[in-house]
Design a protein around this ligand. Structure first.
Ligand code: HEC
Ligand code: HEC
Ligand code: HEC
Ligand code: HEC
Ligand code: HEC
Ligand code: HEC
Ligand code: HEC
Ligand code: HEC
Ligand code: HEC
Length: 332
C-alpha cells in the first residue's frame, strides 16, 4: 500500500515543483529581441516626414525643439557634421499619420478659437508604455556598445535586469543636457535607492551630499564586470583609487584582512566613526582576544583591560616600520 505521505512526496510535490518552474519560466519570459524591435518600429502605414515638417507651425513644441537643437544629439541635426542624423522621428517613429491634416490654416483657425492644435500623437510610438527593454532599445539602436563604450556591460547590468531604462535617468526633454549632470546625480540615484540615501545621512559618511564625491566615483550605472556595478575589480581597488596610502603592500601586513576594506568599513555611511562596521574594541574583538598590560611603568594602568585598541595599534592598516616592542604590532 502506498501511504498518503509517500504519495504526497513522490507524486504531488514533484508535480507542484515542476509546474512551479513552468510558471516561473513563463512569467519571466525574456522576449526575443525581434519583438522589442517591432514595438519600436512605429506604425508600418506611416512614413518619415522629417523634423521640419513635424514641427511646422507647432509652437507647442518650441521649447523641446530649442533644447534639442542645443543638445549634443541635436547638433548632429546639421548634415554637415557627418554624424548619424538624430531627429524627432528617430525615437518617436515615423510621423506622417500624426501630422495628417495639420495645415498652417488649421493651426491659425484653432488659435483664433483659443484652441491648442495637437498632432495625432497616438499614432506615434507609445514610449511611456513600452516595457523597459524596448524603451532602452530606442537608444541602443544608435548607442551600440561599439559606439558608446560604457554600454559594453549594459545587458547584464542590475539596472537593465531590474527594468530600469535609459530614459529613466536621461531626461531627453528636460533641457539641453542629455547626460546626467553631477549636481543632479545624487538626487536622481537616491530617488530610487532610499536605503542608500539613509546610509549617507548617518554620522560618519562619504561626503556625497557635500558634493565632494559622487555615486559614479565608485559605480557605473551602465554596468561593469564587477560585483555591484563597481568601476574597479574589487572593493579594495575601488577604495584605494582615493586612499592610495592604504594600498600596500606593507612589510608588516594586517594578515589578509586588508584584501577587503569591507571587513571593517561600510562604503556609504555608518553610525560608527570612520565608517567602521563596528565600534572598536568590538570590531577587533571579533577576531582577537583583548589583553591587559604586561608590566608598563604606570602602576595605574597595570592590569587594566585595554579598550581603545587603535591608541596603541595606530598603524592598523599595516606598516613598514617594526614596532618598538618588536615583531609587527602596527604601532609606531
Ligand atoms: C533620443 C530620443 C528622442 C528624440 C530624438 C526626441 N524625443 Fe521626444 N521623447 C523621448 C522620450 C524617451 C520621451 C518620453 C519622456 C519621458 O518619459 O520622460 C519623449 C517625449 C516627448 C513628448 C511628450 C512630452 C511629455 O511631457 O509628455 C513630446 C511632445 C516629444 N517627446 C516631442 C519631441 C520632439 C518635437 C522632438 C524633436 C525635436 C523629440 N521629441 C525628439 C525621446 C526622444
Ligand atoms: C538616431 C541615433 C540616436 C538615438 C536613437 C539616440 N541617440 Fe543619443 N546620441 C546620438 C549621437 C549621434 C550622439 C552624439 C555623439 C556621441 O556623443 O556619441 C548622441 C549623444 C548622446 C548622449 C551624450 C550627450 C553628451 O553630452 O555627452 C547621451 C547621454 C545620449 N545620446 C542619450 C541617449 C538616450 C537616453 C537615447 C534614447 C532615449 C538616445 N541617446 C537615442 C545618437 C542617437
Ligand atoms: C541609473 C541611471 C542611468 C541609466 C539607466 C543609464 N544611464 Fe547613461 N549615464 C548616467 C549617468 C549618471 C551618466 C554620467 C556618468 C558620469 O558622469 O560618469 C551617464 C552618462 C551617459 C552617456 C555619456 C557618456 C560619456 O562618456 O560621457 C551616454 C552616451 C549614456 N549615459 C547613455 C545611456 C544609454 C544609451 C542608456 C541605456 C542603455 C543609459 N545611458 C542608461 C546614468 C544612467
Ligand atoms: C529608476 C530607478 C533607479 C534609479 C534612478 C537608479 N537606480 Fe540603481 N537600481 C535600480 C533597480 C531597480 C536596481 C536593481 C535592484 C536589485 O537588483 O535589487 C538597481 C541596482 C543598483 C545597483 C546594484 C545593486 C546590486 O545588488 O547589484 C547599484 C550599485 C545601483 N543601482 C546604483 C545606482 C546609481 C549609482 C544610480 C544613479 C546614477 C542609480 N542606481 C539610479 C533602480 C534605480
Ligand atoms: C566610496 C565608494 C562608493 C560610493 C561613493 C557609493 N557607493 Fe554604493 N557601494 C559601494 C560598495 C563598495 C558597495 C558594495 C558593498 C558590499 O556589497 O559589500 C556598494 C553597494 C551599493 C548598492 C548595493 C548594496 C546596497 O547597499 O544596497 C547600491 C544600490 C549602491 N551601492 C548605490 C549607491 C548610490 C545610489 C550611491 C550614491 C548616492 C553610491 N552607491 C555611492 C561603494 C560606493
Ligand atoms: C572618489 C574618492 C573616494 C573613494 C573611491 C573612496 N573614498 Fe573614502 N573618502 C573620500 C573623501 C573625500 C573622504 C572625506 C575625507 C575628509 O573629510 O577629509 C573620505 C573619507 C573616508 C573615511 C573616513 C570617514 C570619516 O568618518 O572620517 C573612511 C574610513 C573611508 N573614506 C574609507 C573608504 C573606503 C572603505 C572606500 C572604498 C569602499 C573609500 N573610502 C573610497 C574619498 C573617497
Ligand atoms: C582590520 C580592520 C580594517 C580594515 C581591513 C581596513 N580598515 Fe581602515 N580603519 C580601521 C580603523 C580601526 C580605523 C580608525 C583608525 C583610528 O581610529 O585611528 C580606520 C580608518 C580608516 C580611514 C580614515 C582614517 C585614516 O587613517 O585616514 C581610512 C581612509 C581607511 N580606514 C581606509 C581603509 C581602506 C581603503 C581599507 C582597505 C584597503 C581599509 N581602511 C581597511 C580599520 C580597518
Ligand atoms: C577579520 C578579522 C580581524 C579583525 C576585525 C581585526 N584583526 Fe587584527 N589580525 C587578524 C589576523 C588574522 C592577524 C594575523 C595574526 C597572526 O599573524 O598571528 C591580525 C594581526 C593583528 C596584530 C598583530 C599581531 C602580531 O602578531 O604582531 C595586531 C596588533 C592586531 N591584529 C590588532 C587589531 C586591532 C587593534 C583590530 C581592530 C581595530 C583588529 N586587529 C581587527 C585579524 C583581524
Ligand atoms: C596601551 C596600548 C595598547 C592598547 C590600548 C592595546 N594594545 Fe594590543 N598590544 C600592545 C602592545 C605593547 C603589544 C605587544 C605586547 C607584547 O608583545 O607583550 C600588544 C599586542 C597585541 C596583539 C598581539 C598579541 C600576541 O600575542 O601576538 C594583539 C592581537 C593585540 N595587541 C590586540 C589588541 C586589541 C584587540 C586591543 C583592543 C581591545 C588592544 N590590543 C589594545 C599595546 C596595546
Amino acid at each position: 500500500m502506498v501511504s498518503l505521505r509517500s504519495l504526497l512526496f513522490f507524486v504531488i510535490v514533484p508535480v507542484i515543483v515542476i509546474s512551479g518552474c513552468e510558471s516561473l519560466k513563463s512569467s519571466r519570459a525574456i522576449l526575443p529581441i525581434k519583438e522589442y524591435e517591432l514595438m519600436i518600429a512605429g506604425r508600418f502605414d506611416a512614413n518619415y516626414v522629417g523634423t521640419a515638417n513635424c514641427l511646422a507651425a507647432c509652437h507647442f513644441h518650441d521649447k523641446i525643439r530649442r533644447d534639442f537643437d542645443a543638445s549634443t544629439m541635436g547638433v548632429q541635426l546639421s548634415k554637415k557634421s557627418g554624424m548619424p542624423l538624430v531627429d524627432c522621428e528617430s525615437c518617436h517613429g515615423p510621423g506622417s499619420l500624426a501630422i495628417e491634416g495639420l495645415t498652417q490654416e488649421k493651426v491659425e483657425l484653432d488659435a483664433r478659437e483659443g484652441k491648442q492644435t495637437a498632432c495625432d500623437f497616438r499614432t506615434l510610438i507609445d514610449i511611456r508604455n513600452l516595457p523597459a527593454q524596448a524603451r532602452s532599445l530606442i537608444c541602443l539602436k544608435c548607442h551600440t556598445a561599439n559606439a558608446t563604450f560604457n554600454l559594453h556591460n549594459w545587458n547584464a547590468s542590475s539596472h537593465s535586469l531590474g527594468d530600469v531604462s535609459c530614459s529613466e535617468c536621461h531626461k531627453v526633454h528636460a533641457g539641453p543636457d542629455l547626460t546626467v549632470r553631477l549636481k543632479d546625480m545624487v538626487g536622481m540615484c537616491e530617488n530610487c535607492h532610499r536605503d542608500v540615501q539613509a546610509e549617507f545621512a548617518l554620522p560618519s559618511h562619504h561626503p556625497i551630499h557635500e558634493k565632494r564625491i559622487f555615486c559614479v566615483s565608485c559605480h557605473d550605472p551602465h554596468g561593469t564586470t564587477s560585483m555591484r556595478m563597481l568601476r574597479k575589480e574589487s572593493i579594495k581597488e575601488t577604495c584605494t583609487q582615493c586612499h592610495a596610502e592604504k594600498e600596500g603592500p606593507f612589510v608588516f601586513e594586517h594578515a589578509d584582512t586588508m584584501e577587503d576594506c569591507g571587513t571593517c568599513h561600510k562604503p556609504h555611511g555608518s553610525v560608527n566613526n570612520n565608517l567602521l562596521t563596528q565600534q572598536p574594541p568590538f570590531l577587533c574583538l571579533q577576531c582577537h582576544s583583548g589583553h591587559r598590560t604586561s608590566g608598563t611603568s604606570s602602576a595605574e594602568s597595570k592590569g587594566a583591560f585595554y579598550t581603545r585598541c587603535t591608541d596603541c595599534h595606530s598603524q592598523i592598516h599595516g606598516s613598514d616600520i617594526p614596532s618598538p616592542v618588536g615583531r609587527r604590532r602596527f604601532t609606531q
